[in-house]
Ligand binder design. Structure first.
Ligand code: GDP
Length: 306
């Protein structure tokens, strides 16, 4: 992913210096740790995450993890890889479907994070897997969000429940109570036997208590099984504080990194799983319906270190 290119190049260059060394001195390990630290910080990985990461890599590299198959340099790369998988959330985590359908998935995040776009992609993916999803438009804040969800749903071939059947103009912002809309949408999905409901919610440009409360209210009103926090990988260090606020406000179940196709430094996004303790579940890589993938921490770490 472009957002990790520069980090990837820096780490690869660092490891090149270790290649072929028969044994590593403490100075070698210190020097390597310092370079990795700088590369992570330059990539915008959050400071506490970097600190912890480096401490673990150093301790493990200095410790007696002797391997017959790997030379000392390879051993350090292996440790860095494992620690990177760790900060990315460890195991791959996919959606958990409710025992009694419909499974209710709610999307939360700042305005512009990519929620509405994601809603269409997720619906499309689930439909192709044989599910019968329905989208519910509860972003009554951003002009055009309902309309945009209807367009996305149309492309994905998935029905959209929207508050006002009459919302036709792009400029019109629908009014209504998002909590009521969510309830009514879920009721309709139940009645029509959809097995998954995806609820798009409103975001603001910054974290906002009223809106957070609205998201929390929707979550409890419909009993959401999954709350996916969508974060723009390009917003830099704000990613961490935003993620922490949403984690406290709505206690989300998983993270979606969006805009991994961008060219800004994406390191802050790599910190989100680590600082919230919630797994990254999906990555969004463009505006198209198919620009979307399950996030595998091990594969992502390997790609960054390759
Ligand atoms: P929302 O306010 O959270 O619903 O955000 P939107 O879904 O409307 O997305 C905001 C903007 O980002 C739109 O112009 C989208 O087309 C764009 N966008 C969303 N996801 C991605 C992505 O993964 N990559 C890129 N390049 N653009 C994206």
């Amino acid at each position: 992913h472009p957002v990790f290119n520069s980090l990837s190049d820096r780490l690869t260059a660092t490891f090149k210096n270790l290649r072929g060394k028969g044994r590593l001195t403490e100075a070698d390990i210190d020097g390597t740790a310092r370079e990795i630290r700088r590369a992570l910080l330059d990539a915008d990985v959050a400071v506490p995450v970097v600190r912890e990461f480096i401490a673990r890599v150093k301790a493990r590299s200095l410790g007696s993890e002797v391997s017959e198959a790997l030379n000392p340099g390879q051993q350090v790369v292996k440790i860095v890889n494992e620690e990177l998988v760790g900060i990315l959330g460890g195991q791959t985590r996919e959606l958990q479907f409710a025992k009694h359908p419909p499974t209710i998935i709610m999307l939360a995040g700042l305005q512009g994070a990519g929620k509405t776009t994601l809603a269409g992609k997720l619906a499309y993916r689930l439909k192709n897997q044989g599910h019968t999803p329905m989208l519910v438009a509860c972003d009554l804040q951003r002009p055009n969000a309902v309309n945009q969800l209807q367009v996305g749903g149309g492309r994905a071939g998935v029905p959209v429940y929207a508050p006002h059947p009459g919302v036709s103009s792009e400029a019109e912002t629908p009014t209504g109570d998002p909590v009521q809309v969510a309830r009514a949408g879920v009721a309709e999905a139940r009645e029509k036997l959809h097995d998954v409901v995806i609820i798009d919610t409103a975001g603001r440009l910054g974290v906002d208590t009223e809106l957070m409360q609205q998201a929390a209210d929707i979550k409890s009103a419909v009993g959401a099984h999954e709350v996916l926090f969508v974060i723009d990988a390009m917003i830099g260090q704000d990613a961490v504080t935003t993620a922490q606020s949403f984690n406290e406000g709505v206690d989300f179940t998983g993270v979606v990194l969006s805009k991994l196709d961008g060219d800004a430094r994406g390191g802050a996004a790599l910190s989100v799983a680590s600082v919230t303790g919630k797994p990254v579940m999906y990555a969004s890589t463009g505006e198209g319906l198919k620009d979307f993938e399950v996030f595998h921490p091990d594969r992502m770490a390997r790609r960054i270190l390759d």
